[in-house]
Ligand binder design. Structure first.
Ligand code: SF4
Length: 347
């Protein structure tokens, strides 16, 4: 049975206006998240993942940033057209966010209880202090915090990193949001705590059916947690597929490089793989495929035209000319089936 699309991002463009001109950090991307789904957005730093999440939250610093095109439909309501005052009614209630570093997101001067009750009472103005406290403690227990009543009176510095991140998750879920955005939620944690937090997020997703948009550079996190994956590169979506499909059958050379870069302790390798080169700096993007300077399969057309998203299957698309069936015919005819000395995979 198909699920309702709770978040639809349509042709979104977010730009920054600098002394060097307008730079589109997010360049006409479209995707949707269904109720109860966990969707990951992956890519290296500077690919536009975090600007996408800040655009949804209405938190793009303005100036210099601004949503310059497209729609962000949350349960049908276009967030891109709302004023800051209107967004304040939505943020934290209908769409909430967990940030990377919980210590910088929690106020060190207030107790955990104060901060949780504030998050509740902003959106539930008629609630009494007793009701807000009961809800806060209920959520603290739900995220597995031990001795919740005592922690309620403690300050952030008295908690470990993992406990602080659990508090952040409790605060984000306290108003029962439709969509939870988690921006690198485990990056600042050590590996065992990371695994616990990911398990917690997955359990809560199943239990509460909250849609989750997980922003990460870590494909290991994606494999354990998500149903579908979007890969972003230089502000654009370059591949989109169900999680198993993307690991088994990646189509875009960038996705292949990201998968190859995941350390695998089962195999002894002389050196860990890394994709050569760097993500182009915003404002220095050349014509043609944005990945071409780093792509081992690049051929002349790649430096002339920016590829569209081609369909491998209904649920799997990739922005690469190697998926253009017409292109393949030309290539095989002109180059004897070779691209940069390598034969194109037969499909
Ligand atoms: Fe590489 Fe060309 Fe595909 Fe871009 S379009 S990813 S340069 S093969």
């Amino acid at each position: 049975m198909s699920r309702k699309k709770i978040l639809e991002v349509k042709d979104l463009e977010t730009s920054f206006f600098t002394d060097d001109g307008r730079i589109a950090a997010v360049d006409h991307i479209s995707f949707s998240v269904e109720e109860g789904e966990i969707l990951a957005i992956v890519g290296e730093s500077g690919c536009g993942k975090s600007v996408t999440s800040l655009s949804i939250m209405g938190l793009v610093p303005s100036p210099p940033g601004k949503i310059t095109a497209g729609e962000i439909l949350l349960d049908g309501q276009n967030l891109a057209t709302l004023s800051e005052k209107e967004m304040r009614q939505i943020r934290g209630k209908d769409v909430a966010m967990i940030f990377q570093e919980p210590m910088t997101s929690l106020n060190p001067l207030f107790t955990i209880g104060n901060q949780m009750m504030e998050a509740i009472q902003i959106h539930n103005k008629t609630w009494t202090k007793k009701q807000a406290k009961e809800r806060a403690i209920e959520m603290m227990k739900l995220v597995g915090l031990p001795r919740a009543e005592e922690l309620f009176k403690e300050y952030p510095h008295q908690l470990s990193g993992g406990m602080r991140q659990r508090v952040m998750i409790a605060m984000a879920l306290v108003c029962d949001p439709k969509v939870l955005i988690a921006d690198e939620p485990t990056t600042a944690l050590d590996v065992t705590i990371q695994a616990q937090i990911l398990k917690l997020m997955k359990d809560l997703n199943i239990r509460l059916q909250t849609a989750v948009l997980l922003i990460t550079h870590d494909l290991g996190v994606v494999a354990e947690t998500c149903e579908r994956v979007i890969v972003m590169y230089a502000g654009q979506i370059v591949e989109q597929a169900p999680v198993q499909e993307i690991f088994k059958n990646p189509q875009h050379p960038y996705t292949k490089g990201l998968i190859q870069s995941v350390p695998d302790m089962r195999y002894k390798k002389d050196a860990l793989y890394s994709i050569p080169g760097n993500v182009p700096k915003p404002g220095s993007i050349q014509k043609g495929c944005r990945f071409a300077p780093r792509c081992e399969y690049a051929f002349p057309r790649c430096s002339e035209e920016n590829p569209e998203l081609y369909s491998k299957t209904k649920a799997h698309t990739a922005r690469c000319f190697l998926l253009d069936s017409e292109n393949e015919v030309v290539l095989h005819a002109e180059m004897g089936g070779q691209v940069n000395g390598e034969r194109i995979a037969e499909s």
